[in-house]
Design a binder for this molecule. Structure first.
Ligand code: GLV
Ligand code: MN
Ligand code: MN
Length: 416
């Protein structure tokens, strides 16, 4: 073999073009992407991705939750593949990079190995995990959670979106309910490239974040039942206003997260008032809540203090507040040897870097419970993500993909 493996680079232009070409599937007027999982737009990008993986010589498999696995053969097919990839679904106000970068960079890694005619010892498997975002179906990262044994496939197939459509029906509607049981394709390890989605790398002028930890997450579904009555005729002291009660809950979440800071965050991202009307006091509403910390004991404390505070608000305001904990994900400690492999590849390539904790949840966090996993971060503009303004540079995307390439080469081994 004549190729100098240590100098190998991905095709930065090709990766950039792929990111922008696929951004047409669900493109929004503000320059972002709205491609909720298992929708027609998701089907379009999946079809594009499947065809591109096949053209790159991969054998494509789809499991019963629609996760796509594209395997580039290795010399020794008895060895489990190195998994690389991320997700192609987005938030309702998503950008062009969250998830997409890691999935398309994985494809570009395979194409780069093809162009250089490098055979690896282990196979490599590009993965597009179904429903990473969790905005249509909860929980987020549901397919990798099933892979890791946190939920059963049957349970997840029955989860429903706000319109009552189940995951199973949504998979059938776009033709992506595959035949292979989740977990049938065993991976040796998993490496995910992602934009940072926070401000640290940009502020410190670092090209690569070597991710060693991920935050723990608790999600709640909440309901407040007060009493709907006339906005003009109901005296203030007699009101049982569900929205006023929620306002106190929102401020309490902010207060608790600040009190446990800097390593705690809390968000109420969705509120639905039942039968809203300008001149009716809100009687019933539903909301969601997201609490995070990299420290499990802090999550416990937030959970406990929140419960007590909510009970006090409900009693004082004479409303009923039901808070159901629908998901808890423990903090992630990524595999030390794999994190070192990412750091070493970064060092060999000469990129500036630092260790970081992921604020966002990722499929790699779920997988880390059942296999060695690691993540590579690159900066995004102003740390903005889950927003149509999300932006990253071609050079940083290429740097991240090069680190992915060289980490994978070190893990998969070059066939002699
Ligand atoms: C997914 O993007 C999450 O961190 O919630
Ligand atoms: Mn993501
Ligand atoms: Mn996201």
């Amino acid at each position: 073999m004549t190729t100098n493996v240590s100098n190998l680079q991905i095709d930065a232009e090709q990766l950039w073009n792929d990111i922008h070409d696929t951004a047409q599937f669900g493109a929004t007027a503000k320059g972002g992407v709205k491609r909720l999982t298992l929708t027609a737009e998701d089907e379009q990008v999946r079809d594009w991705f499947r065809a591109a993986c096949t053209a790159a010589g991969c054998e494509v498999h789809v499991d019963t939750l629609g996760t796509i696995y594209a395997i580039r053969p290795g010399r020794d097919m008895t060895l489990e593949p190195i998994g690389i990839g991320s997700h192609l679904d987005t938030q309702p106000t998503g950008g062009k990079y969250d998830g997409i970068l890691g999935t398309l960079a994985a494809l570009e890694v395979v194409r780069t190995l093809n162009r250089a005619e490098i055979e690896t010892e282990r196979p490599i498997c590009i993965v597009n995990w179904t429903n990473e975002e969790g905005s249509r179906f909860a929980p987020a990262m549901m397919a990798s959670a099933v892979y890791a044994g946190d939920f059963t496939t049957e349970d997840i197939l029955e989860r429903r979106d706000a319109d009552g459509v189940s995951v199973g029906d949504a998979l059938d509607a776009i033709g992506y309910r595959g035949s292979e049981p989740v977990g049938q394709i065993r991976l040796n390890s998993f490496v995910e490239l992602h934009i940072e989605q926070g401000p640290i790398l940009e502020a410190e002028n670092k090209t690569i974040g070597v991710v060693d930890h991920g935050q723990g997450i608790i999600w709640y579904d909440g309901k407040i039942t007060g009493f709907a009555s006339h906005a003009g005729a109901t005296p203030m002291p007699l009101r049982r206003d569900a929205l006023a009660a929620l306002s106190e809950v929102v401020l309490k979440v902010e207060e608790l997260a600040l009190a446990h800071g800097p390593h705690a965050v809390g968000t109420i991202g969705e509120v639905t008032i039942a039968n809203p009307s300008r001149n009716v006091i809100a009687g019933d509403l539903a909301f969601t809540m997201d609490l995070r910390s990299p420290d499990s004991a802090t999550l416990d404390a937030l959970d406990r203090e929140l419960g007590a505070a909510v009970a006090a608000i409900a009693a004082r305001r004479r409303v009923d507040i039901a808070l159901e904990r629908v998901w808890r994900k423990e903090p992630t400690h990524f595999n030390a040897a794999l994190v070192d492999a990412v750091e070493q590849a970064t060092g060999r390539l000469g990129y500036s870097h630092r260790r970081v904790t992921s604020g966002a949840g990722h499929d790699a966090c779920n997988l880390s419970a059942v296999m060695p996993a690691a993540m590579i971060f690159v900066p995004c503009k102003d740390g903005v993500s889950h927003n149509e303004l999300e932006d990253a540079t071609q050079a940083d995307c290429a740097a991240g993909a090069n680190v992915l390439l060289h980490t994978v080469i070190s893990l998969a081994g070059v066939a002699k």
